[in-house]
Design a protein around this ligand. Structure first.
Ligand code: SF4
Ligand code: SF4
Length: 250
């Protein structure tokens, strides 16, 4: 008599046997069962959300015609800031680039010279790039910056048609000159070092800086406003007079 095959085991192709479960459990749905009435009302319940929103106030943003305000601490496009006399705050230290987890920042520093003083102290950022294809807007770079040169604005409109266009150069990131600021390069305020600048004691350009720019670049468009600002300041500080433009007394 031939051997009856054992159905509780399965033979593998290369030899050997694999045990099978003794019984196979029938399929059981894990979805809880509903009553026929609940089943019949289910579509109406689904449309209930639609109908409720149909009659509620419209919240569609009319962007880009109306820009919705963002939260004050929103992380948007970066900005390279200036001191009140127009000198740049960036000293080209590269700490922002080292802090960036996405390797999105590239900085090259150069020496300040008497003819080309761009920032207080010895060095300034001559090349500054942020690659917005890489940036994740984490803000670690602005935390690392020792001079608060780098901050983030609320500007989120950073889309563009080309990859090159999303690599922002220094001129794209520099804060515009406010009324009365003198465009760099120009000497630092007389009698100051970078320490006074860091402490916020410089509050605007001085007559000597205006004269220097007038001599070097008589057509500089910022001269006129700087002249007005300097000319309106009192020559000496007194208890009644407003704070002089140039440097705050300690
Ligand atoms: S926000 Fe973050 S990812 Fe973007 S440049 Fe700064 S450190 Fe890099
Ligand atoms: S932005 Fe700040 S951290 Fe970056 S190079 Fe300039 S000074 Fe240094």
């Amino acid at each position: 008599m031939a051997d009856t095959p054992d159905k509780s085991v399965e033979r593998k192709a290369g030899g050997g046997e694999v045990a099978r479960p003794a019984t196979v459990r029938p399929y059981e749905s894990l979805i809880p069962k509903r009553s026929p009435v609940a089943d019949a009302l289910a579509p109406a319940a689904g449309f209930g959300v639609t109908i409720k929103n149909f009659f509620s106030r419209t919240v569609t943003e009319q962007y880009p015609f109306e820009t919705a305000p963002v939260k004050p601490r929103f992380h948007g496009r970066h900005q390279l800031n200036r001191y009140p006399d127009g000198l740049e705050k960036c000293i080209g230290c590269e700490l922002c680039a080292w802090a960036c987890p996405a390797d999105a920042i590239y900085v090259e520093a150069s020496d300040n010279t008497p003819e080309q003083q761009m920032s207080p102290g010895e060095r300034f950022g001559s090349v500054y790039q942020i690659n917005y294809l890489r940036c994740i807007f984490c803000g670690l770079c602005i935390e690392a910056c020792p001079t608060r040169a780098l901050t983030m604005t609320n500007d989120f409109e950073l889309a563009g048609p080309t990859r090159e266009g999303l690599i922002y150069e220094k001129q794209d990131l520099l804060a515009p000159l406010a009324e009365g600021m003198l465009a760099a390069p120009h000497p630092m305020v007389e009698g100051t070092t970078d320490t006074e600048y860091y402490r916020g004691e410089v509050t605007g350009p001085t007559p000597a800086q205006v004269d220097w720019v007038a001599e070097q670049r008589p057509d500089d468009p910022t001269l006129e406003a700087a002249r007005r600002r300097v000319g309106s300041a009192p020559a000496t500080a007194s208890a009644e007079a407003p704070a002089p433009v140039g440097r705050e007394p300690r």
